[in-house]
Design a protein around this ligand. Structure first.
Ligand code: ADE
Length: 328
């Protein structure tokens, strides 16, 4: 079982080197190895607490999930999706890293990167909106992370400014993979593995996915038209949400917002939104190429990166090494 018992009996694990040789025995982490601190966030199934590793004083965010509640509400599958996706996304600075998972009688624990800057939503609300330079920087880090997730066969499905956290240096850390989807990976004739591009139509995985008639995934304001129409999300659904986020950074509010969810969905399906006065033309052009009803007609990631909105951005490692712009 991948859920180490973090309670009384501490599990051990054989550490192996690259050649598969056993090097040493390491003791897995458990609840007792951490000092728990302040509450960072609360969700319907979890609480995130600040915590410190007692041995090296390294700080983490620990997501604590109540087992009884999760079983009762039939969310076991989503907890496993979150753990599995995070374990697939360990090589990028823009994803909250999962260090350990363990459990005790009552709870499941995810030991994660601490993002001490909090949610991008909070920062945005405090500022009202961002200028074009700040918007470009945060949009670029989010996009670089989306490109990585997609290259690893993961669709997030709930991108929004609440799920974009900021570390102490104000760099992006995307979180909340509980509603993500892992794409079936295709093995090419040459042995290379890539995520299948036939994810949209007729993917047999979707027939097997019992969530079709299921409760809606995602957050009303950022949900894509294809999810509302066909209950089907694809990589381009994350790019729809990304278009909504760019709009929100510059305008201070999401493009599709109404008195209730139903009216919001109607606006999305009718592509009913407009730009406030003074919205930069170059950003408007990009948003208009992302907020497109037909998912296959949205700008693909590589074309987004070369759009003139991102002129001057140094994609790749440099982006994450640079100093975040002063908020304006
Ligand atoms: N809230 C939810 N997850 C968090 C994290 N990893 N760091 C800080 N605050 C959070």
């Amino acid at each position: 079982d991948e859920w180490n018992d973090g309670g009384a009996a501490q599990g051990t694990q054989q550490e192996t080197d690259a050649s598969g040789q056993q090097t040493r025995q390491i003791v897995k982490k458990g609840v007792k190895d951490f000092t728990f601190g302040r509450t960072l966030g609360e969700g319907s199934y979890s609480t995130v607490l600040a915590a410190t590793d007692r041995q090296n004083l390294k700080e983490y965010a620990i997501k604590v999930l109540d087992k009884r509640h999760i079983i009762k509400e039939k969310k076991v599958k989503y907890v496993n999706i979150e753990r599995d996706t995070l374990n697939r996304l360990t090589e990028h600075p823009g994803v909250v890293r999962l260090y350990y998972t363990f459990q005790d009688e009552r709870s499941l624990y995810f030991v994660l990167d601490l993002a001490s800057g909090g949610e991008l939503l909070g920062v945005l609300k405090k500022m009202g909106s961002f200028d074009i330079e700040c918007s470009r920087f945060y949009a670029a880090e989010i996009l670089d992370t989306i490109a990585y997730m997609h290259s690893r066969g993961v669709i997030h499905r709930d991108l929004k400014p609440e799920n974009v956290l900021l570390d102490r240096d104000m760099h992006v850390k995307i979180t909340d993979f509980g509603t993500a989807k892992i794409l079936k990976m295709e093995t090419k004739a040459n042995g290379a593995i890539s995520s299948s591009n036939g994810e949209m139509a007729g993917n047999p995985m979707d027939g097997a996915e019992t969530d079709k008639a299921m409760s809606f995934v995602g957050t009303a304001e950022y949900v894509s038209p294809e999810l509302l129409r066909d209950k089907n999300a694809c990589k381009a659904s994350d790019l729809w949400a990304f278009g909504c986020i760019i709009y929100q950074l510059l305008a201070g509010r999401p493009p599709f917002k109404a008195a209730n969810e139903y009216l919001t969905f109607q606006k999305i399906l009718a592509l009913e939104y407009s730009f406030p006065e003074g919205f930069p033309e170059v950003a408007r052009d990009l948003v208009e190429r992302l907020l497109v009803l037909e998912p296959s007609s949205r700008l693909p990631v590589e074309h987004i990166m070369s759009h003139r909105f991102f002129d001057g951005v140094r994609w790749g490692k440099d982006l994450w090494k640079q100093k975040a712009p002063r908020l304006k």
